[in-house]
Design a protein around this ligand. Structure first.
Ligand code: FE2
Ligand code: FE2
Length: 367
């Protein structure tokens, strides 16, 4: 989980707690309102109940104002108490409306993948005027809470705009990656749907390994560029039908470093992940791969994932120089590489998700 996701999960957790508290508050208030309504009727008929309600309203601003305005001093105490009950009812209702507003806000923070949303921020701002209901009781409280809610709504709106921009940048990166992938596929002469299958297999493996949905999506997209370096390898070598000479094979192997160089100066998280995958997808877990002979955890998890996906697809597809392997043989080959060619945990994920991998293979079958 990266820092961004950690912060988001904190916001979600706190939002959930606040949301639950608000809900409890609303339920308590609803009960109190029903009791208060009953009491308002009761005091009209019972002097004892009137005596009970009176002292509770001594300091209520609204009650005092109403009493003064209507000259209630001279009225019977039970009518005073009944009006007092109504005043309390209005008080509860005010708090109810305000709590309801907070409930909407916390519900969004608790449930959303995106805590900051422009539309929700505007909705909160429109409702921030509810805070003036506090004027009935305390003007200072009203001004402070109105300012705080207004400030929060602007912060949320700002966050929402930044989120929109980040989405736009990601979209552009994804489009660039897809075009690169398409050009690579046309150039490298690989059988039709290799890139699509490798990216879908990588997605499944990443899911199986417990990566977050956001990371899984990144792996899916970035893995489409794993062979981008082939754009810089002469077509005669890539499309050569017969056996390659040692020199030609060495040239093909440079598609990893070429891919790395091609994406060296490109900015953006997604592009940088593509670069790592392009560089590392032929590294082996035991360090006997290429180009840098790195091993184990030195290879990024994404690189280790694509290594399995790429080899499995190469084995199960027909190429100009070989037929497709039988499913069982291809699987055994992957299992055989556990801990040597491949990361053991990725191989385990492959075995566990084999059914889903077969579904993808069927879906993107070469014509
Ligand atoms: Fe490759
Ligand atoms: Fe490949």
């Amino acid at each position: 989980m990266n820092e961004l996701e950690k912060t988001r999960s904190h916001i979600q957790r706190m939002g959930t707690v606040m949301y639950r508290l608000c809900r409890i508050g609303l339920i308590v208030l609803a009960v109190l309102m029903v009791v208060q309504a009953g009491l308002s009727v009761a005091v009209l008929f019972s002097p004892e109940a009137a005596g009970y309600i009176g002292p509770h309203l001594e300091n209520n601003f609204l009650f005092k104002a109403l009493k003064a305005a209507a000259g209630l001093e001279a009225m019977e105490s039970r009518y005073q108490a009944a009006i007092g009950c109504v005043v309390l009812l209005i008080s509860y209702f005010t708090v109810f409306v305000i709590l309801k507003m907070f409930l909407t806000m916390f519900e969004h923070l608790a449930g959303g993948e995106r805590p900051f949303d422009v539309a929700v921020a505007r909705k909160i701002r429109r409702r921030s005027f509810y805070m003036f209901l506090f004027l009935l009781y305390n003007p200072v409280l009203a001004v402070i809470s109105f300012s705080l809610v207004l400030f929060f709504s602007y912060l949320m709106e700002y966050g929402g705009y930044i989120q929109q921009r980040a989405d736009e940048t990601n979209r552009i990166q994804e489009e660039m990656i897809m075009s690169f992938a398409e050009i690579t596929e046309n150039k490298s002469g690989q059988t039709g749907q290799h890139i699509k299958r490798v990216s879908e297999y990588s997605k499944i493996l990443a899911q199986q390994l417990g990566l977050s949905p956001e990371e899984v999506e990144k792996v899916r997209i970035a893995s489409t560029m794993h062979d981008v370096g082939k754009l810089l390898i002469p077509s005669e070598i890539l499309e050569k039908p017969g056996k390659l000479t040692d020199e030609e094979y060495a040239t093909i192997k440079t598609h990893t470093t070429m891919g790395g160089q091609l994406l060296n100066n490109v900015e953006g998280e997604e592009m940088q992940l593509s670069r790592t995958i392009a560089l590392q997808h032929h590294e082996r877990y035991d360090g006997k791969g290429y180009p840098d002979h790195i091993q184990g955890d030195e290879i990024s998890l994404e690189g280790r994932i694509v290594a399995v996906a790429d080899v499995y697809d190469a084995l199960t597809s027909r190429r100009s120089y070989k037929n497709a392997w039988k499913e069982e043989d291809a699987c055994n080959e992957i299992l055989k590489g556990r801990g040597t060619q491949f990361d053991p945990q990725v191989v385990d994920a492959f075995a566990a998700a084999h059914d889903r991998i077969l579904e993808v293979q069927e879906m993107f079958r070469d014509e």
